[in-house]
Design a protein around this ligand. Structure first.
Ligand code: 6GU
Length: 231
């Protein structure tokens, strides 16, 4: 998979070199490219924002640098035919595991990280008309920009790429893959500070263990996320 990221703070993405994502890059599963939006600015001060037309608080990202940068990425000879542009935004569709799985099947994603009040609306209108663009939110709270949201989404997507995780079964059993929260996990020692591992897990009875874990998943989901059970 190829992922392009456009940001005025490219250093945010230095952390993608470490851990799982770095491994994906090293193995050639992920071709990640970070672009500084200011490189596409049209003036010597590398200006990317301006005051909102019609008045009001904050600053809006100018359309010209975004247009130049996105065209450059879309028109590069090594870009795919039909990349999906994602703008993280609290005004977008809410990101979840199902979306992560769908996006992990894309050939190329372009993450546009807005700051301030976000880009001029005409950027969205232009690239919706020309191809595929979505606004995606992490949830009902406000971040200062799209960088942290992009990092979270890229980690959720990249770990689902084929060949990323040593044991694919560990993906199947985790929270949200079956619409439930994950059951509690234990390791050795069997007793720690007087707290015992649930005896069923030491029984060797695999059917009983599977049943216990399923019950724990359902109970935890009912308690913490009843909205998921309803679905
Ligand atoms: Cl995707 N962006 C910003 N700026 N804030 C958010 C968000 C995204 N998701 C939740 N809050």
């Amino acid at each position: 998979m190829r992922i392009d990221i456009v940001s005025i703070f490219p250093a945010y993405f230095d952390t993608l070199e470490i851990s799982l994502l770095g491994k994906a890059k090293d193995r050639g599963l992920l071709d990640l490219r970070v672009h500084d939006l200011r490189d596409a600015a049209h003036d010597k001060h590398r200006t990317v924002d301006d005051t909102p037309t019609g008045g009001g608080a904050g600053m809006v990202m100018k359309p010209e640098p975004w247009g130049t940068m996105l065209d450059e990425i879309l028109e590069a000879p090594d870009s795919s035919d039909d990349p999906l542009i994602i703008f993280p935004s609290p005004a977008g569709e809410v990101f979840n595991q199902k979306m992560a799985r769908e996006l992990s099947g894309e050939q190329q994603l372009i993450f546009g990280c807005g700051r301030y009040e976000g880009p001029d609306q005409r950027i969205f209108d232009e690239y919706v008309e020309r191809g595929r663009l979505k606004l995606v939110s992490l949830g009902d709270y406000v971040l200062n920009g799209g960088e942290v949201a992009s990092l979270a989404m890229i980690e959720a997507i990249a770990r689902l790429l084929p060949g990323m995780v040593g044991n694919p079964e560990s993906l199947v059993e985790e929270s949200h893959e079956d619409g439930l929260l994950e059951y509690p996990s234990y390791t050795k020692p069997a007793v720690w500070r007087g707290r015992e591992v649930p005896p069923v897990l030491l029984s060797g009875n695999h059917a009983a263990i599977a049943k216990w874990r399923k019950e724990q998943s359902i109970e935890r989901t009912r308690r913490v996320r009843p909205d998921l059970l309803a679905e």
